[in-house]
Design a protein around this ligand. Structure first.
Ligand code: SAM
Ligand code: SF4
Length: 348
């Protein structure tokens, strides 16, 4: 089943809608799309154990998601990342991947990728590769099966490991994303770096961010990456390198393993000055910043007409409101998350 409609084709020989440049002269070229807020895990830093999810009727259809993504591609977005919730639990997701891959073929898109918990990769890795996906991020915070169960509440480490095997066997480049969690995986991170690099995978370590109620205390989870880095530096030689993936990670080369290690530090280092991205949720809400409440509804203009003029106008208007940056803080006195929205809604 194809998702393409006449309006979603991009003819590069015709004048294109104007590019997305925000008030701080940052050009928006990267769109992250949360295709579902649902997930087969309940990671302690991401969700509460008994999450309530959006009614399915509120979700954009796969055709609508395709139209919306294509509108952004027409406006100069050249990198698309599907995320969630868990993107691979959305029914029919491969139809969307397949249809979006036409923008790779046309050259409008440089990269189509996704962030996944890995649980469904044995099923989908080969198909992803077949549709032009070259690299994926797999989130994995521990190599210990019991700890994995404790962190994800519902996950099974062996399935994720089999998924990573399948992805590599299919020829996908895998990057491991690990959230640093105080007292949980901090002693394991050096071993994980060796493991990931030993398998030819880059690794990125992420600071926990105060997004959404999870039923857990953020102060208990929060581990500044400056400490992680200092500890890793006792074991490894870390050389700063000028490697960019279009994301916020700062990369080093680990001399002993030869592999790349990234640090994403939203709490201790504000990387907003070079932000090139926006996010849409599975209901068509556009967030101009992961760390701010302001948003724009794109579902109404999407559904209001068959043409894309209204969507383009709504996107242009929203980009004029892209804020300079976020201001997360994990505050001992405030027993609330900095933002009520969960990461699984906005898409990590
Ligand atoms: N389910 C997929 C996965 O886990 O990769 C995609 C969505 S998940 C929300 C995307 C990323 O956000 C994951 O790497 C996850 O570890 C990270 N994440 C979730 N909640 C977070 C938080 N509060 N702080 C920092 N990272 C978080
Ligand atoms: Fe699911 Fe990813 Fe959130 Fe874990 S981090 S609960 S896998 S969406």
């Amino acid at each position: 089943m194809g998702l393409t409609t006449p309006n979603s084709e991009i003819d590069l020989t015709r004048p294109q809608p104007r590019a997305l440049i925000d008030p701080f002269m940052r050009t928006i070229t990267y769109l992250r799309v949360s295709v579902t807020d649902r997930c087969d895990f309940r990671c302690v830093y991401c969700m509460s154990e008994h999450m309530s999810f959006l009614p399915k009727a509120d979700l954009l259809s796969l055709e609508e998601l395709d139209r919306l993504c294509s509108a952004f591609v027409a406006k100069g977005v050249n990198k698309l990342r599907l995320t969630g919730g868990e993107p691979l639990v959305r029914r029919g997701i491969m139809t969307l991947v397949e249809s979006l891959s036409r923008h790779l073929t046309s050259g409008a898109l440089k990269e189509l990728t996704l962030t996944t918990n890995g649980s469904q990769l044995t099923k989908y890795a080969a198909e992803l590769k077949g549709h032009g996906v070259e690299r994926i991020n797999v989130s994995l915070d521990t190599l210990d099966a019991d700890k994995f169960r404790a962190i994800t509440r519902w996950g099974d480490l062996s399935k994720v490991m089999a998924g990573i095997d399948a992805a590599q066997a299919a020829g996908l480049k895998v990057k491991i994303n690990a959230v640093a969690l105080k007292g949980v995986n901090e002693d394991e991170l050096a071993g994980m770096v060796e493991w990931a690099h030993g398998r030819g995978m880059d690794m990125t370590i992420i600071e926990v961010m105060p997004l959404g109620e999870t039923g857990e205390d953020r102060i208990d989870q929060y581990l500044p990456l400056s400490m992680v880095r200092a500890r890793l530096a006792e074991r490894f030689t870390l050389d700063d390198i000028d490697y960019q993936t279009g994301g916020p990670a700062r990369y080093m080369r680990v001399k002993e393993t030869g592999g790349r290690l990234g640090f994403i530090t939203p709490m201790t280092h504000n990387f907003c000055e070079s932000c090139n991205r926006v996010r849409i949720t599975c209901t068509g809400t556009l967030y101009m910043c992961l760390g701010q409440e302001d948003a724009a509804d794109l579902r109404a203009p999407l559904r209001a007409s068959e043409g894309d003029d209204l969507i383009h106008a709504a996107i242009d208007d929203a980009i004029t409101r892209k804020p300079k940056g976020h201001d997360f803080v994990i505050d001992r006195r405030a027993h609330r998350p900095a933002l009520s929205r969960h990461m699984s809604v906005t898409g990590g």
